[in-house]
Design a protein around this ligand. Structure first.
Ligand SMILES: *Cc1c(COP(=O)(O)O)cnc(C)c1O
Length: 356
């Protein structure tokens, strides 16, 4: 059991009521979890303290060379008052894979889970209950050595903050329009694409701005070598239903291995649908759209769970999907995954973990 010191806030904030429409990532709870690392000492001084700005040396390495990782998962309140996490073991395993890739010291899986459970337990009253809402959990680690040379830091901080959230996209489960990027690339095999780190996001901003200007809400990335194969959307993995087969790009070293992606694959297989993890070229999509074989497109990610895609654009080709509506599999996956997360559907896969 991780030994955690508590310091309660003396100025609790009002918890947003059910009448309050929640957006994504703007409100934070009263407390945060913090733990330090120093070479020779390991991870130490786990504490839950009032949510507040942190103080860092301006030369702290994270500001200069981006040695930073993050995770994202959610806590849900069931109708009978239980608090559930969804597959936290997968996030923790991925966190340590990211850590290895960017030379951040790994964290004991059980300590990490204890930390998440402790802060969620402390802030349980902040978990919203309206349909489509949840408590978003954002663990992140930053390199804190005050030093301008390039090397892995000797000191780090793990911080976990919590945010009550509503739908990730303002569209909710309404279909989004997606821009297939032909100018910039996000990641290449051997780079950082399979690590959950801010660097992948800063690489995406210029094309996100361009897509927004054109009236598209998200960017779909092509591979960085051939500029031809589909990789993933900004913060989501992507799935296609072509002639009845569910297809998603295989994990090739430059795609983030999403927990929701993995859950969607397992569910589709469980339902007896043919599922293929393989290369998908943009030409294949354009052809499938032309013949009517492209039946559904959806993104998967913790924030939005399932995000149906109503339109894809690549250069001058505009592909309209599912007549702009929500596809059958998208809806079924959304209902099933959120049903399991909320404890309404039997969790046959052992995905939920109770916080008590
Ligand atoms: C987090 C993330 C995803 C989605 O992963 P989930 O575990 O399903 O939330 C997909 N792509 C990128 C780049 C991400 O950072």
């Amino acid at each position: 059991m991780l030994n955690i010191r508590f310091e309660k806030t003396t100025t609790p904030k009002p918890i947003p009521g059910a009448e309050n429409p929640l957006t994504f990532g703007t409100i934070f709870t009263d407390h945060m979890f913090v733990m330090d690392y120093a070479t020779g000492k390991g991870w130490h001084d786990a504490r839950i303290v009032p949510y507040a700005p942190i103080s860092l040396d301006p030369s702290a390495m994270v500001f200069h060379y981006g040695q930073e990782m993050f995770e994202g998962l959610k806590a849900y309140k069931t109708e009978d008052g239980k608090t559930l996490l969804f597959r936290p073991d997968k996030n923790i395993e991925r966190a340590n894979n990211t850590n290895k890739r960017i030379c951040i010291p790994e964290i004991s899986e059980s300590d990490f889970l204890d930390a998440i459970k402790a802060i969620v337990k402390e802030e349980e009253a902040w978990i919203p209950t309206k349909p489509g809402t949840s408590l978003y959990i954002r663990p992140f680690i930053i390199a804190t050595d005050p030093y301008l040379g390039v090397r892995p830091s000797d000191t780090y901080q793990l911080i976990i903050i919590l945010s009550p959230v509503g739908a990730y996209y303002k569209e909710g489960l309404d279909p989004v329009k997606i821009w297939i990027e032909d100018e910039y690339v996000r990641a290449v095999k051997g780079g950082l694409g399979e690590a959950k780190t801010g660097a992948n996001y800063v690489a995406s901003l210029a094309s996100q701005v361009k897509a927004h200007k054109e009236g598209y809400s998200q960017v779909l990335w092509l591979d960085g070598v051939h500029r031809k194969y589909i990789e993933e959307v900004g913060a989501m993995n992507i799935f296609f239903k072509i002639n009845g087969t569910i297809i998603t790009p295989m994990l090739n070293g430059s795609i983030l291995p999403g927990v929701t992606r993995n859950s969607a694959i397992q569910l589709c297989k469980h339902w007896g649908l043919p599922v293929e993890e393989r290369q998908v070229s943009v030409e294949e999509l354009i052809d499938a759209a032309k013949t009517g074989a492209l039946e559904e497109v959806f993104g998967t990610g913790t924030a939005a769970v399932i995000s149906p895609v109503g339109e894809l654009r690549f250069e001058d080709d505009i592909m309209k999907i599912s007549d702009g509506g929500i596809g059958e599999i998208s809806q079924k996956l959304y209902d099933t995954i959120t049903g399991i997360q909320l404890g309404k559907i039997k969790d046959e896969f052992g995905w939920t973990v109770e916080v008590n």
